[in-house]
Ligand binder design. Structure first.
Ligand code: GDP
Ligand code: MN
Length: 381
């Protein structure tokens, strides 16, 4: 989950990371009023979950309340990388002494956090990495020891800081690491980190929280849904709320699989046989009859779905549970759309028997099942 800059900065403040004074606004009037109250020149930035806003024209300066209104009006009318601008962050403009980059991410190969720091902030860190890799300090954090103050001091000294500035930068690094750790961040990044006369300020803020850890950050759940607004269809939103992995497409065959690989292969096979998927839903591993029933109901209730193809490889997921789920969902909905099931593996015989008793045949070959699904959906595409 990618937090917007203003949301990330709320967390920065919580963790004691200094940021310039600022506020999120949603109208030019709010922008004007805030700058009037602040009484300082400002930078106004679009709030979108994409990087490179500056280059895309989404970062502008304003010296007066009236200018802040004009700039806000202009930015609120913009569409950047396909996303409409709805929110802005208005922030006091900082006089920059030096532009620094600081980030914490996870190196998945090493299974370690890594702190990245560079004195070449402001521009794309990927560019710095390509052109001047020696300008980036990488510090791998030992998961047992953690990031100690002497590690942070070492990072600060590598960037050339000494004395008081070294201690201040080190404190900054320590706080950002703590934030990354506590918030289960996949990435937290400050580009630009501004060196001012007597310290440092996070002028930009990025915080991407691992979706798998959202259960530990309940307050973010609602924001996650909000952040999908405009990106997902209504049914896709509903699926998230019901905790289903569901993607809408524009055909007429509903697809349910277990595991991303099998689900994708099922989509491909249907396409290969001249069909078009209306959607697909990945059950994941070890689904209960209730969960499978919920998934089947979700797909069958989509009016565009003319036929449903369930492709399950029984491992942790049991074929009998799958069958029970399908049967229960169909009964509950009372929808008699054709269902094609291909299942094999754990409790296969039991699963097939349950389906057979309820008038649903199973096929053993994925190809044949796909072909059947295409025929049942009408085959008129
Ligand atoms: P990004 O393009 O999405 O990374 O947005 P940033 O918030 O990093 O802003 C882009 C650029 O605008 C920065 O690299 C700076 O050059 C400039 N900028 C942003 N905030 C300030 C500020 O407070 N003072 C000054 N002088 N420049 C700023
Ligand atoms: Mn930036």
């Amino acid at each position: 989950m990618k937090l917007l800059e203003y949301e990330a900065k709320e967390y920065f403040k919580k963790f004691g990371i200094p940021t310039p004074e600022g506020r999120m606004v949603e109208s030019s009037e709010e922008s004007r009023a805030y700058v009037e109250a602040l009484g300082k020149p400002v930078v106004i930035k679009v709030q979108l979950p994409v990087g490179g806003r500056g280059k895309a024209g989404g970062v502008k300066f304003a010296d007066s309340p009236s200018e802040a209104a004009v700039v806000a009006e202009e930015l609120l009318g913009m569409t950047i990388k396909g996303l409409k601008v709805k929110k802005l962050y208005v922030e006091e403009k900082i006089d920059i002494v030096n532009e620094i980059y600081l980030g914490v991410t996870i190196d998945r190969n090493r299974k370690q956090h890594v702190v990245l720091a560079s004195s070449e902030g402001g521009m794309d860190i990927e560019e710095v990495a390509a052109m001047a890799p020696d300008k980036i300090v990488r510090f791998y954090v030992d998961p047992v020891i953690g990031l100690k103050s002497y590690h942070a001091n070492f990072i600060a000294s590598k960037l050339g800081y000494r004395g008081g500035m070294m201690r201040r930068f080190a404190a900054f690094v320590s706080k950002l690491f703590l934030l990354a750790f506590e918030m289960d961040a996949e990435l937290t990044e400050i580009n630009l980190l501004v060196e001012v006369k007597d310290g440092f300020l996070a002028a930009d803020a990025r915080l991407n929280v691992d979706n798998n850890a959202l259960y530990r950050h309940k307050e973010l759940g609602k924001r996650l849904l909000d952040s999908y607004q405009g990106e997902l269809t209504e049914r896709e939103m509903e699926a998230r709320i019901q905790d289903l992995t569901y993607v809408e497409l524009d055909g007429d065959i509903g697809i349910i699989g277990n595991g991303a690989g099998l689900t994708m292969a099922t989509l491909d096979t249907v396409m290969l046989h001249g069909g078009k998927a209306a959607n697909f839903l990945d059950l994941g591993g070890g689904a209960t009859p209730e969960r499978i029933g919920k998934a089947v109901k979700f797909i069958l209730s989509d009016i565009r779905t003319k036929a449903l193809f369930v492709n399950v490889l029984g491992g942790i997921t049991r074929c009998d549970y799958t069958a029970e789920g399908i049967v229960a969902a169909r009964k509950e909905l009372g929808i008699n759309k054709p269902i094609v099931v291909r299942m094999m593996g754990t409790k296969e015989a039991e699963g097939k028997a349950i389906l057979k008793k309820n008038g649903i045949d199973t096929l053993d070959s994925m190809e044949e099942a796909a072909e059947q699904a295409v025929i049942l959906a009408g085959g008129d595409q």
